[in-house]
Design a protein around this ligand. Structure first.
Ligand code: NAG
Ligand code: NAG
Ligand code: NAG
Ligand code: NAG
Ligand code: NAG
Ligand code: NAG
Length: 415
C-alpha cells in the first residue's frame, strides 16, 4: 500500500474556503429554496443543488455560491444544534489519486474506540481491504484478521462482531457474509449461497430484534459486481433484501426486486422501521439486470430511500417512500439515536429528520476536494461514532466533531 499519511487540520491545505467569517464552515440556506425559487431557475442533476442551481436573483445565487464548496450546509436549526457553531473538521489521511481506500461500510466499534471501513470494490484500482481508524490516535491500519476477507463492502456492528457483506470475484470467490469477532479478529462465514446459487453482490447488513427477543439479520443483494470485474459467471438470483433467521436457520428473500434495487440498509432505534436505499440513479438506463428510472410508467424505480414497518415477526410490511435523492443515488445509510436518517449520496452525507425533511448536508464538493462530479467515484458512505462523523471520501478520510453524541455507545443501533 502506498500511503501518504497526513495529519492536518482545516486550513493547512490551501483549499479554497468559502468567504472567511467566524462560521466559515457552515452555510445556512432557507429550506424554502428546496421547493420554491424565482421563475426561470435552472438546475442540473449531474451536480449538487447549490453548485448547479441558478436563479434570476443574485442574492440567492450568491448564497448558493458560498455554499457550494462549504463543508457543511444547513437547512434547519435542528441541524445547527447537531453540528454546533464551530465543528472541528480534520483531514486524517489523504492518499494518491485512484487510491480509493476510504469508501464503504463505516462501522463504529465502541469497545475498540475505532471505526472500521472498506475501500472500493468497484474497479481494480486498489485491492479491496478492511481498515480501522483508531479514534484515539487517529491512526489508520489494515485489519489483520485470522483469515483473509475477500472484497469486504458494507457491514454492521452487533453483539461483539462486525458482520461484513462481501462481493464475489471472477475467480472462485462467490461472496456472502462473514462475521469478525472484534476482540479475537476471528472470521467466520455466515451465509454464502441460496440452495447452491451465488448471490449477485451482498452489499450491506443490519440486525434487528423483535419485542419477543428474536434477532434477524437483513442484507441487500444487487448486481453491482460487474463494476469491479469482467467475465463474472451468469446471474443466478434476483436482486432482493434477504433475512437470515438464526433462531430457525432460515434464509428468506423478504423484499423482491420489483420493489427495489437495494443497496444500504438500516433500522430505526425502536427497530420498527427498516430503511433501504435504492440504487437506481435518475440517469441509469435499463439493462438486463438493472431497472431503469425516469418519468414514464416503463420505469419503475428511482433514486429513493424506502421505508417498511417491521411487523412483530420481523417481516417488512407497508412499503413507502421516505426520501428522493437529488444527485446520483443514496448508497450507505445510518440512523442516529434521534431517528434521523443519514445517507451517503453524491451530494455528500445528507441528514433527514424522521419526517423526511433534509436538515443538512456534509458537502461532498468540499470533502471530495472539489473533484469534478463526472470523473470521481460518487460519495458512498461514512460512520457516526458517538459525537464524531467519519467521512469516507474515496482518497481522503476526515473527521467532523459534532456538538452532541448522536449515537451512544450502548445504543441498540450502534451502526
Ligand atoms: C449529465 O452527464 C451525462 C453523462 O456524462 C451526460 O450525458 C448528460 O448530458 C449530463 N446532463 C446534463 C443536464 O448536463
Ligand atoms: C432576492 O431574494 C431575496 C431573498 O429572498 C429577497 O430579499 C430579494 O428581495 C430578492 N431580490 C429581488 C430583486 O427579487
Ligand atoms: C459563530 O461562531 C462563534 C464562535 O464559535 C459563535 O459564538 C457564534 O454563535 C456562531 N454563530 C452562529 C450563527 O452559529
Ligand atoms: C435476548 O436474547 C439473547 C440471546 O439471543 C440473550 O442474550 C438476552 O439475554 C435476551 N434478552 C432478553 C431481554 O430476554
Ligand atoms: C477479472 O476481472 C478483472 C477486472 O476487470 C480483469 O482484469 C480480469 O482479466 C478478469 N479475470 C478473468 C479470469 O476474466
Ligand atoms: C460544479 O458545477 C459546474 C457546472 O455548473 C461543473 O462544471 C463542476 O464540475 C461542478 N463541480 C463539482 C465539484 O461537481
Amino acid at each position: 500500500m502506498h500511503s501518504l499519511p497526513l495529519l492536518l487540520s482545516l486550513g493547512g491545505l490551501g483549499l479554497a474556503l468559502p468567504q472567511a467569517s467566524s462560521n466559515y464552515s457552515i452555510v445556512s440556506i432557507p429550506y424554502e429554496y428546496t421547493y420554491l425559487l424565482p421563475d426561470g431557475f435552472t438546475g442540473n442533476t449531474n451536480y449538487t443543488f447549490v453548485n448547479s442551481t441558478h436563479t434570476s436573483n443574485s442574492s440567492i445565487n450568491d448564497l448558493f455560491s458560498a455554499a457550494k464548496a462549504a463543508p457543511i450546509i444547513s437547512y434547519d436549526q435542528e441541524f445547527l444544534d447537531l453540528v454546533g457553531p464551530n465543528p472541528e473538521i480534520k483531514l486524517i489521511e489523504e492518499r494518491p489519486e485512484g487510491h480509493d481506500f476510504a469508501y464503504e461500510m463505516g462501522v463504529w466499534v465502541p469497545e475498540r474506540n475505532s471505526v472500521w471501513f472498506t475501500s472500493s470494490v468497484s474497479g481494480d484500482r486498489i485491492p479491496p481491504a478492511l481498515y480501522e481508524l483508531d479514534l484515539t490516535s487517529n491512526k489508520i491500519s489494515e485489519i489483520q484478521t485470522n483469515q483473509p476477507i475477500t472484497n469486504p463492502n458494507g457491514g454492521y456492528y452487533f453483539q461483539g462482531k462486525v458482520w461484513i457483506a462481501t462481493y464475489p470475484d471472477n475467480q472462485t470467490y462467490s461472496g456472502g457474509i462473514v462475521s469478525v469477532d472484534v476482540n479475537t479478529l476471528e472470521v467466520e462465514t455466515v451465509v454464502n449461497s441460496y440452495f447452491g446459487l451465488r448471490y449477485n453482490g451482498v452489499d450491506d447488513i443490519v440486525w434487528a430484534t423483535t419485542p419477543d427477543n428474536c434477532s434477524y439479520m437483513y442484507y441487500t443483494d444487487l448486481n453491482f459486481a460487474y463494476l469491479g470485474y469482467e467475465n463474472l459467471p451468469p446471474i443466478q438470483l434476483p436482486a432482493a433484501v434477504y433475512r437470515w433467521d438464526p433462531q430457525n436457520r432460515v434464509v428468506l428473500p423478504v423484499i423482491s426486486r420489483n420493489q427495489i434495487n437495494p443497496n444500504g440498509v438500516r433500522v430505526s432505534p425502536d427497530m420498527k422501521t427498516l430503511y433501504v436505499t435504492d440504487s437506481t440513479a435518475t440517469f441509469a438506463e435499463a439493462g438486463p439486470y438493472s431497472p431503469a428510472s425516469g418519468p414514464g410508467d416503463t420505469f419503475w424505480l428511482g433514486p429513493y430511500v424506502w421505508a417498511w414497518d417491521l411487523n412483530e415477526r420481523g417481516l417488512p410490511v407497508n412499503r413507502r417512500l421516505f426520501a428522493q435523492v437529488r444527485q446520483g443515488i443514496a448508497d450507505g445509510i445510518h440512523v442516529d439515536d434521534a431517528g434521523n436518517v443519514w445517507t451517503g449520496e453524491y451530494e455528500g452525507a445528507v441528514v433527514r429528520n424522521p419526517a423526511g425533511k433534509t436538515i443538512g448536508v456534509f458537502n461532498s464538493q468540499y470533502f471530495q476536494a472539489d473533484k469534478d462530479a463526472g470523473t470521481q467515484l460518487g460519495f458512498a458512505n461514512f460512520a457516526i461514532a458517538g459525537d464524531t462523523l467519519v467521512v469516507l471520501s474515496t482518497t481522503r478520510l476526515w473527521t467532523v466533531k459534532l456538538a452532541k453524541t448522536v449515537v451512544a455507545r450502548d445504543s441498540p443501533i450502534v451502526n
